[in-house]
Design a protein around this ligand. Structure first.
Ligand SMILES: *Cc1c(COP(=O)(O)O)cnc(C)c1O
Length: 606
């Protein structure tokens, strides 16, 4: 067992003491490598962190008995710089948690890499609309007494090499469980938000063996111990893209985790193709597993046929993503929306014209930002398309520019087009960086004054909010079936912005053709698929935009139909009912393989 210790505040904090929370009553612990907590904190990279933050904001609004664990990421996820050619460079975003957050007043010692490493935590309170607090513990290894290398392990989100990543995931999973234990919390559910957090299962196992008082080593864990841990764990997987499933070399696994834990992982079926696979670890130890939209659940089920995979479709936190003007309108007309998003349906009681006018206010703000950043004036009478997301190959930022001449012809013929782009590529993703340059190249070739294309630097929470709240149409062109869910189109819908999207991820559930937006037919041939995109734009989207009455009605449909459903209030309710506290208690049995691919621990150990 790893030793742990309690100490007083690990460093002087200028922040006032945090309000007391009875952690013993908190039933659900949510673990995520990234969480978007505040605009000013660089603790997230993209959709995964945004989803985690939105989920916790809904948990706070709804009074859910949750806490969360993540890493502090002192050097953050990066700020993006783009030169004239679209060449991306990055700078760190350094922040000092001790200056803004209270300490959790606990330090735990974790054995990893063959030595003890001290971990402290900072507490960020997510405060709901009625004052309920969901505390988030941000683990930090920058502690006196740690070796220099170890002090930087919680510095950079998705930074460093594989070894660094495995160290981070060890801190998140094992360190996180130890911290909660020291804080006196006994969670009934531990939710792994993506495989990064899967090592929490070993933390629970170690804790269980220690609690048995017999000082049993991990090697003595029995099938009953495994089952007991499974009962506590819920796992959400977020992507069918193979690179999104963390794998580590077996040597590395032994180096970082040590012999006992590594042996246990090896014999519990968590190696795959001779690599330590975090997804298999998470699957093996969870009683409930889900994908993040209906189709993604099915795709994931095919990837892991031996497990039962459910689906809970993602949402977004409405109050975070609805523009200020819309919030004012809703507060006046349906104030209940803040604690209960089902009330969005009553947007049908608001005149479509008022919705269109309110959307126009969000657009004014966006256009002012564009002017400030680029000096370019945009025209509210010309249709503005938004496309912004983490730059990953499968998201295909280039599809709109497959045939620049056709795009220009459409803009010329139909009164113009304004296109706003944004997105960061991971610093090590040369392919993604190439895509940004491709978009820049395409834009340079346009000669028509009717077509404006602007790539906005440093897509983040603030820019995301302004774009989804201010453009006219949200464009999404992933390669099927790789978009597990996607959430930015949901943010747009809540602001009365229809999507034009390939039928992938959430859009399969959200698209009512010509009502909440439009589907782009897909084809294996990208040129043909781009052709379908241009056809839709030319024949449906732009003509509809010209009919102001019909357009306002569509904006209303987006909020009333999709806003009501694609929010994290509904999503969290489904997690509570289906995953955390299912009425069907037999769930635990159904997830695991009928004939386990592992040998029973008991059999191995006698
Ligand atoms: C919403 C959001 C994302 C995720 O968008 P997807 O549509 O899921 O790709 C990524 N980054 C930021 C800044 C966001 O606000």
């Amino acid at each position: 067992m790893t030793p742990s210790q309690t100490s007083g505040p690990s460093s002087p904090s200028t922040h006032p003491a945090a309000p007391l929370i009875d952690l013993k009553l908190r039933k659900v612990a949510y673990f995520s490598m990234e969480i978007a907590l505040a605009k000013a904190l660089p603790t997230y990279s993209g959709g995964l962190g945004m989803l985690a933050g939105d989920t916790l904001r809904s948990a706070a609004d709804m009074g859910a008995p949750m806490v969360a664990v993540s890493l502090v990421h002192r050097r953050g996820y990066f700020q993006q710089h783009l030169d004239f050619d679209g060449q991306q460079t990055e700078t760190d975003v350094v922040w000092h948690p001790e200056a803004v957050l209270p300490s959790a007043d606990q330090v735990v010692a974790l054995t990893m890499q063959g030595r003890n490493i001290l971990i402290r935590a900072w507490r960020f309170d997510v405060i709901g609309c009625t004052g309920h607090v969901v505390p988030v513990y941000l683990l930090d290894t920058d502690v006196d007494g740690n070796e220099e290398w170890d002090r930087h392990l919680t510095d950079k989100l998705y930074g460093g090499d594989n070894y660094y990543r495995l160290c981070q995931e060890t801190i998140l999973g094992l360190g996180g469980i130890q911290l909660l234990h020291e804080l006196g919390m006994k969670p009934e559910v531990c939710h792994m938000n993506e495989g990064h957090a899967a090592l929490l299962s070993l933390g629970l196992l170690e804790e269980r063996l220690a609690a048995s008082g017999t000082d049993k080593p991990l090697s003595a864990a029995s099938e009953d111990d495994f089952k007991a841990v499974q009962q506590l764990c819920v796992f959400t997987t977020h992507t069918p893209v193979p690179a999104g499933h963390d794998r580590f070399g077996i040597d590395q696994m032994y180096q970082v985790l040590g012999q006992q834990r590594a042996d246990l992982i090896s014999r519990s079926g968590c190696l795959h193709n001779d690599l330590f696979n975090m997804t298999y670890l998470a699957l093996r130890f969870s009683r409930y597993v889900n994908g993040v939209a209906m189709q993604h659940g099915k795709v994931t089920q095919q990837m892991f046929p031996e497990y039962h995979v459910h689906s809970i479709t993602n949402g977004v936190h409405a109050a975070t993503w609805i523009s200020k003007p819309f919030q004012a309108l809703l507060d006046k007309e349906i104030p209940e929306w803040r604690h209960d998003n089902q009330y969005f349906r009553s947007v049908y009681g608001i005149e479509p014209q008022r919705i269109a006018d309110t959307h126009a206010q969000g657009q004014v703000r966006l256009f002012a930002t564009v002017k400030l950043r680029t000096g370019i004036d945009l025209d509210p009478n010309v249709m503005t398309i938004g496309f912004a997301r983490r730059v990953a190959t499968y998201k295909r930022a280039h599809l709109l520019f497959k045939d620049p001449a056709r795009l220009e012809a459409i803009a010329e013929k139909l009164g113009g087009l304004q296109i706003l782009y944004g997105g960061k590529a991971h610093p090590a993703d040369t392919g993604g960086k190439g895509l940004i340059r491709e978009v820049f190249d395409a834009a340079k070739k346009f000669s028509s004054a009717k077509l404006k294309m602007i790539y906005l630097e440093n897509y983040d929470w603030e820019l995301g909010e302004q774009l989804t709240g201010g453009v006219d149409v949200w464009l999404n062109t992933p390669q099927r079936p790789y978009e597990a869910s996607g959430t930015s189109g949901m943010k747009a819908a809540l602001n009365g912005v229809p999507s034009l999207s390939v039928l992938d991820g959430w859009w399969i559930e959200g698209c009512a053709e010509g009502i909440t937006g439009w589907a782009i037919n897909d084809d294996d041939n990208e040129d043909i698929e781009a052709g379908y995109l241009y056809d839709k734009l030319e024949q449906d989207v732009i003509p509809k935009f010209a009919d102001k009455k019909a357009w306002a009605r569509m904006q209303q449909h987006c909020i009333a139909i999709n806003g009501t459903y694609f929010n994290t209030h509904r999503q969290l309710g489904q997690y509570v009912a289906n995953a955390y506290f299912p009425l069907a208690a037999s769930e635990a049995v159904t997830n695991q393989p009928q004939t386990p691919e592992i040998e029973s621990a008991d059999a191995v150990l006698v």
